[in-house]
Design a protein around this ligand. Sequence first.
Ligand code: SF4
Length: 296
Amino acid sequence: MELTYSRPCTLCPRACGVNRSAGERGFCRAGTTAHIARAGLHFGEEPPISGTRGSGTIFFCGCTLRCPFCQNHRISRDADAGQAVDAVELAELMLQLQAQGAHNINLVTATHYLPTVLAALDRAKPQLRIPVVYNCGGYESTETVAALTDYVDVWLPDLKYGTADAALRRGAPADYPERALGAIAAMVEQTGAPVFDADGMLRRGVIVRHLVLPGGRRDSAAALAALAARVDPAMIRLSLMRQYTPPSALTLPPPLNRRLTSFEYDTALAAAAPFVGYMQSADSADERFVPVWDRG
Ligand code: SF4
């Protein structure tokens, strides 16, 4: 797979086919200059990602999914928001985050800027002593996962939906489950089972995130069943998230206009029986899951 902006774009499964170098823009609306919303130490990720010193997180603007309820809609819907960076500047940012003590370099929603990201990693990776984390919405092509083989140490994909029906109801492409599950299987094949260092930090492996949505407990059960059917649960960690908050700037239809109930989250937690990992819950305890109390 040739990673350039100047061929028909297939960086993500939408395969818009636009020539971004010629000024054309596809679904993500990204051009050829990467834009970032923020770069800094982030303490709200899972414990083996944030640790005590924080994750060196770089948030890219724009998104190939643009979920209607996105908590980061201001940056996900505007690929030109934030600060423009070229590969040299991006590499420098990575090295600065390492110098600040980051446990890892955490690239958030980077796929639509992959040619720039890989050029930056070509410069920075030889000097990085910390893992590179690829934090994404799960809607990835297996070709993109393969292209990142020598660059990414830890994959942090979402699995948002397990059925085409659930994906369509939430404004995602019908092929989201098939693509995300295929990508996650490829990620697991690439990294093998999770490897932690002596401090419990993840050096290599896959953490799959699933955000339980209001009204979506059956969808969550279907997604988790699909995940367990596709990859060996022992080969990953699951992060079961309950942080959904309706963005105040968006007018969303019920049930997306409310928070999750404990019943909904606990139902999803019960469906996560095959997995171990991390959970966000103020009310329940489960010995398979490490509580994550604060994910900002
Ligand atoms: S990265 Fe953007 S332009 Fe390219 S295929 Fe995906 S949505 Fe389309």
